[in-house]
Design a protein around this ligand. Structure first.
Ligand SMILES: *[C@@H]1O[C@H](CO)[C@@H](O)[C@H](O)[C@H]1NC(C)=O
Ligand SMILES: *[C@@H]1O[C@H](CO)[C@@H](O)[C@H](O)[C@H]1NC(C)=O
Ligand SMILES: *[C@@H]1O[C@H](CO)[C@@H](O)[C@H](O)[C@H]1NC(C)=O
Ligand SMILES: *[C@@H]1O[C@H](CO)[C@@H](O)[C@H](O)[C@H]1NC(C)=O
Ligand SMILES: *[C@@H]1O[C@H](CO)[C@@H](O)[C@H](O)[C@H]1NC(C)=O
Ligand SMILES: *[C@@H]1O[C@H](CO)[C@@H](O)[C@H](O)[C@H]1NC(C)=O
Ligand SMILES: *[C@@H]1O[C@H](CO)[C@@H](O)[C@H](O)[C@H]1NC(C)=O
Ligand SMILES: *[C@@H]1O[C@H](CO)[C@@H](O)[C@H](O)[C@H]1NC(C)=O
Length: 284
């Protein structure tokens, strides 16, 4: 057995042993960032901390919101905390609520005493700041994840991606103030590309469009070539995100009769966090 097969085997074993669903603890974020406001930390028992805790607990216990966008503000300047949690547009309400709940606890663990933080799970993300974050496009921090495998025919694939993305981008941007999300597929020769795009729904149609176009424009040149022509990629910023795979990974209305399986943990994942410091972490 060569070493790459051994690594794969060990990885699978690791996944089997430590799969999050087998443990009661909250999952780890796939990515998080708490360095964007490192000027100062809030102190324990400060007004800012009380506001943040109260906001996060409202978010965690909310039973009204069923469209996947939780945006809240608590307190007054200079201790005002603004936050949102955004669920992926296709996830079920219970999956969303439990993800948001987890994120409200996890963010305090991984970013203790931070004025600002951003945490990303597969099904939801959370962000808080003392700055105003609603109605503004924020492209930092930007997070990239890519499968290492290449598509069969990059030219054909890119054309399909372009066509699909143009459609999805327009559809998501024209969503309402509760949800701006679109999913779809496009045949790419022997492969089929499946993609989702999403903006926080507080953005205007124009803001959402330009955020997504900006993200899409990054593809050819970003991330040391780790994104272009790969079979699975996620590009994530606080304001908008996109993902494609060559297999179906999202829940669509067509699948109600035969629910799709959740995406298997991708093999050969590369994780690149461009901002603030370029790092390369090998996932499995
Ligand atoms: C989360 O990360 C911590 C520290 O890196 C690790 O010890 C723990 O096993 C991880 N938990 C899960 C559920 O993956
Ligand atoms: C904030 O806290 C971190 C540790 O959590 C520490 O490294 C950093 O120096 C602190 N920043 C300031 C300005 O106190
Ligand atoms: C924060 O407040 C709690 C309860 O009032 C108190 O027990 C704790 O010592 C305080 N911690 C700090 C660091 O002031
Ligand atoms: C996909 O849809 C099914 C049926 O509505 C639901 O049970 C399942 O939780 C959904 N998956 C996710 C990740 O939301
Ligand atoms: C939220 O998560 C906490 C800690 O994981 C758990 O104790 C609590 O029951 C959860 N709340 C809801 C409404 O799921
Ligand atoms: C947010 O907090 C940082 C660090 O304490 C501070 O420099 C900045 O002025 C604050 N911004 C607002 C809008 O309160
Ligand atoms: C691709 O999307 C179309 C709708 O645009 C749908 O009818 C079709 O079933 C999808 N194909 C696959 C293989 O998922
Ligand atoms: C939250 O978002 C909704 C819908 O986008 C908007 O109507 C509402 O004003 C926002 N709330 C806050 C506190 O910004």
């Amino acid at each position: 057995m060569d070493s790459s097969k051994l690594v794969l085997l060990l990885s699978l074993l690791y996944i089997l042993l430590f799969h999050p669903s087998l443990s009661a603890a909250q999952q780890n974020f796939s990515n998080y960032d708490c360095t964007s406001n490192s000027v100062s930390n809030y102190t324990t028992n400060s007004t800012y901390q009380r506001n943040l805790n109260s906001l996060l607990s409202s978010m965690a216990s909310d039973a009204q919101i069923d469209y996947g966008f939780y945006n809240l503000s608590v307190g007054e300047f200079p201790d005002r905390v603004n936050a949102f949690a955004l669920c992926r547009g296709d996830v079920a309400v219970d999956v969303c609520r439990s993800c948001v709940n987890d994120s409200t606890h996890k963010i305090l663990q991984v970013c203790p005493n931070k004025m600002e933080a951003f945490g990303v799970y597969e099904f939801c993300m959370i962000r808080y700041s003392n700055r105003s974050i609603f109605g503004v496009v924020d492209e930092k921090p930007s997070i990239y994840r890519a499968n290492r495998k290449n598509v069969l025919d990059e030219t054909v694939f890119n054309e399909a991606l372009q066509t699909l993305f143009a459609r999805l981008q327009a559809k998501a941007a024209s969503g309402n103030s509760l949800k701006k999300f679109a999913s779809g597929n496009q045949s790419a020769g022997l492969e089929t590309v499946y993609a989702i795009v999403q903006c926080t729904p507080d953005l205007s149609e124009g803001q959402c469009s330009s955020c997504l176009l900006e993200l899409f424009r990054l593809i050819p040149n970003c991330c040391n070539g780790n994104v272009k022509g790969k079979i699975g990629v996620r590009l994530i910023t606080p304001s908008c995100n996109l993902r494609w795979e060559i297999g179906k990974f999202f829940n669509g209305t067509l699948e109600i009769l035969s629910p799709p399986s959740l995406p298997a943990p991708s093999q050969g994942m590369t994780l690149i966090v461009i901002n603030p410091l370029p790092t390369l972490i090998l996932m499995f």
